[in-house]
Design a binder for this molecule. Structure first.
Ligand SMILES: [Zn+2]
Length: 285
């Protein structure tokens, strides 16, 4: 796509045709050929486009682009206040931009009533936990050529939001790591759908902390993880269409009641699903 002749018109077409628009998200035009769109805040997923031959970097680390020059990256829960985004054109010319990343205040959430063995696991299960953590980590390293991360995400299920990204958790009185998911409450067995077209990269019916666990690839390092599932209904390698059924809600692992816990990652960086979604519909579909 070339922007030289009618940059404003093309920019508008780019926003309307390529990327979902949400009220709070922002489009930053770095030069006539490069735009970034998303929420420039801790947990934010940024999607963008540049010329196909440009090379791009976030804080000096290269970001792979699609053959059309599209890409994604994100800011973690505790991302620093600024990041440097650089573009190296095919001519060798380098442009660097400072991106301001808004900080967030995270709430403290006391969660009582989870199985005590998931707060202080016995030594006998530490090996199992380590192995399961490795499986999740390696699935999130997937760097495929799928471009589903560019499409509009749909809610995997409709229900009240009972847990948010980033909150500092105290389980049965013991401070633990922050919560990185968006929790949506629903009865056990409620159907859960794929948020975009995806390829399944991890299926586990009962991990120690996370219960039934499903990881889906959206391409270029963007993945979705569903946890505490009662049952996963797909297999590794399956290609699933947006809106197709992938799992059933459960309450397995470190959980106090049935809900879907949805996480989005850019490789190992944990992002906030709520930032890319429209408001949760109030009526059930
Ligand atoms: Zn959760």
């Amino acid at each position: 796509m070339h922007f030289n002749k009618a940059p404003m018109k093309n920019l508008l077409m780019f926003i309307l045709s390529t990327l979902p628009y949400t009220v709070s998200s922002e489009t930053i035009t770095l030069n006539p050929n490069t735009q970034l769109q998303g929420e420039f805040i801790q947990g934010g997923l940024i999607r963008g486009k540049t010329l196909a031959n440009n090379r791009i970097f976030l804080d000096e680390k290269p970001i792979r682009t699609t053959p059309e020059g599209q890409f994604a990256f994100g800011f973690g829960r505790d991302a620093t206040k600024t990041s440097t985004f650089s573009i190296i054109a095919s001519s060798g010319e380098k442009l660097s931009h400072t991106l301001k990343v808004q900080s967030r205040d995270y709430k403290l959430q006391k969660v009582n009533g989870v199985p005590q063995k998931t707060v202080t696991p016995p030594k006998s299960v530490l090996g199992r936990i380590k192995k399961e953590t490795q499986l999740v980590k390696s699935a999130r390293k997937t760097d495929s050529n799928a471009t589903d991360f560019l499409s509009t995400f749909q809610w995997p299920l409709i229900g009240p939001i009972t847990g948010v990204y980033g909150s500092q958790r105290i389980y049965n009185g013991t401070p633990k790591r922050p919560h990185y998911g968006l929790d949506i409450a629903a009865p056990v067995g409620t159907i859960v759908k794929a948020p975009t077209d995806v390829t399944i990269t991890l299926v586990h019916q009962n991990m120690y902390y996370s219960g039934g666990t499903l990881i889906m690839d959206h391409g270029y390092g963007i993945s979705s993880t569903f946890i505490h599932l009662d049952e996963v209904l797909v297999k590794v390698g399956d290609k699933i269409k947006k809106g197709d059924i992938v799992a059933k809600v459960g309450s397995k692992g470190r959980s106090t009641g049935p809900h879907l816990d949805w996480r989005i990652n850019w490789f190992g960086v944990r992002l906030d699903p709520a930032l890319i979604m429209p408001d949760m519909p109030t009526t059930k579909r």
